[in-house]
Ligand binder design. Structure first.
Ligand code: CA
Ligand code: CA
Ligand code: CA
Length: 171
């Protein structure tokens, strides 16, 4: 009688083990998504890269390349593109400037910490300034930026304005 009870208990335990293994396997298989999806919502975006705060440059750069591929872009996201909208513009600059803290720690990618060292400092700023591309950075190399063209035109207008005034006043 007691051996029957033992056999029954062993069978029940075996059933529970099988059920548990099935549930574990189902959970693992169900949560499989792209490697860049770090928060498990099936998309690779700013919320994911922000979880790498302070994780170092190579973790950031790996994610930027992997997520760009996952999101069907031909080239990796730039480290200064704080909102990952494929440009480096004034809104990226404002994010960095608003969180500028060279001695800080724990800054996220969307705060402007493009090199993943946890601070938002001159090095992050220089990277942003060097890659500033308000019209987008996919194939935009070599095209003069509108801001510099406007400055040149203003310079021309201002310069000829001075020449005009000089002519009027001193001739
Ligand atoms: Ca995600
Ligand atoms: Ca951007
Ligand atoms: Ca930094």
């Amino acid at each position: 009688m007691s051996s029957l009870k033992k056999t029954g208990a062993a069978k029940l335990t075996l059933v529970w083990v099988v059920v548990a293994l099935f549930l574990v396997n189902f959970t693992i298989a169900g949560s499989k998504g792209p490697a860049c999806d770090l928060n498990g919502d099936s998309s690779c975006d700013v919320a994911d890269i922000d979880t790498l705060a302070g994780g170092g440059a190579s973790a950031i750069n790996d994610w930027l390349a992997g997520a760009a591929t996952e999101n069907s872009h031909a080239s990796p996201y730039l480290a200064s593109d704080t909102d990952l909208d494929r440009d480096v513009d004034l809104s990226d600059y404002n994010a960095l400037a608003g969180s500028f803290d060279p001695t800080g720690s724990g800054a996220a990618f969307s705060d402007g910490d493009g090199d993943g060292d946890g601070d938002v400092d001159l090095s992050d700023y220089n990277t942003l300034a060097g890659g500033f591309a308000p019209t987008g950075y996919a194939g935009a190399a070599g095209v003069p930026e509108p801001s510099s063209m406007v400055l040149c035109m203003l310079g021309l207008v201002f310069g000829s304005g001075i020449a005009f005034c000089r002519k009027r006043l001193w001739s």
